[in-house]
Design a protein around this ligand. Structure first.
Ligand SMILES: [Zn+2]
Ligand SMILES: [Zn+2]
Length: 303
């Protein structure tokens, strides 16, 4: 555990002992806007989307297989295009960050290359699982569309707008409570400890989880999946769903890349170093309200 204490000291030194601070984060808001635009653009500019959601052959198993293949390939491409450039920029082919960025690393040590490899593997597993979950939703939606007794539910523009803008906030709340549950002794030991193998986190660490944790993590998509299902796959109901999906797949990069700026989260970095605090993010300060932030937990221990 010595590497952990050294890392904590580093963090404390950087912020004069105030390991983790709260406050609105402009980078967080900008990145949310980027996920939304990227998600919607990728969705509507993609011929694959139209091929999948406007397919008229739900009953054919060969069509279902080809849809599944397309979704899996698209997900792996999203994973590579989303993560690899960040890794290349911040950790470089030879293990170093650009000098300007290097000064802003939370933990001044660079992780071992084997950590990147392990985390990359589990991140790809996560993208395979999210692809599989999307396949289930797409097939269920297309089957429902094919049944005459079901009418599509239509949602008002205001409802779609509220659902879309709820995505990052709902995800923060969902993440806090599911993450806290994963720190219960048995769940931590058998499931969440895999994510915590990386103390000095890097780009690929965010979605590096046990597959059972991936399943829990992606339940944040359920409300948006239900909406897409009830609308029989309507184009407008796809917006909040694919936004939430892209957000859940790519936002862990910011939480784990390990650098100040570029949306980097010192708050979650503190969670990896200290383990039993900072379960959520400062954007929705549940840790502060429920007294699980680093300072409150330290105060509780010293009583
Ligand atoms: Zn944790
Ligand atoms: Zn983490």
């Amino acid at each position: 555990m010595s590497s952990s204490s050294a890392a904590v000291t580093t963090t404390k030194n950087r912020k004069g002992g105030r390991v983790l601070e709260y406050g609105p984060d402009v980078a967080y808001l900008l990145f949310n806007i980027w996920y939304l635009l990227a998600g919607v653009l990728a969705l509507y500019l993609s011929p694959l989307h139209w091929a999948v959601m406007n397919s008229n052959s739900p009953a054919s198993s060969s069509a279902a297989t080809s849809r599944m293949r397309s979704i899996l390939i698209r997900n792996f491409a999203t994973c590579y295009i989303g993560y690899a450039p960040w890794h290349w920029y911040l950790y470089g082919a030879n293990g170093g960050a650009p000098p300007k960025a290097a000064k802003r690393k939370f933990n001044t040590n660079m992780p071992d290359p084997s950590q990147h490899e392990r985390d990359r593997f589990w991140t790809f597993v996560g993208f395979a699982i999210s692809a599989y979950l999307e396949c289930i939703l797409v097939e269920a939606t297309l089957n429902r569309r094919g049944e005459k007794n079901y009418d599509a539910t239509s949602f008002s523009a205001a409802f779609v707008a509220v659902a879309t803008f709820s995505v990052p906030w709902f995800r923060e709340v969902h993440f806090y409570f599911t993450h806290r549950a994963l720190h219960l002794r048995t769940l931590y030991k058998y499931i969440h400890s895999l994510h915590h193998k990386s103390i000095n986190t890097a780009v690929w660490s965010g979605l590096a989880m046990h597959p059972l944790e991936h399943l829990v993590y992606f339940t944040c998509l359920v409300p948006y999946a239900i909406m897409l299902y009830l609308s029989n796959g309507a184009w407008y109901a796809a917006i909040p769903f694919y936004y939430a999906k892209l957000h859940s797949e790519l936002s862990p990069i910011m939480g784990h890349h390990g650098f100040e700026g570029l949306g980097g989260s010192e708050f979650h970095h503190g969670h990896h170093e200290l383990f039993n605090c900072n379960y959520g993010s400062p954007a929705v300060p549940l840790d502060y309200w429920l007294k699980t932030d680093a300072a409150s937990m330290k105060a509780k221990k010293s009583k």
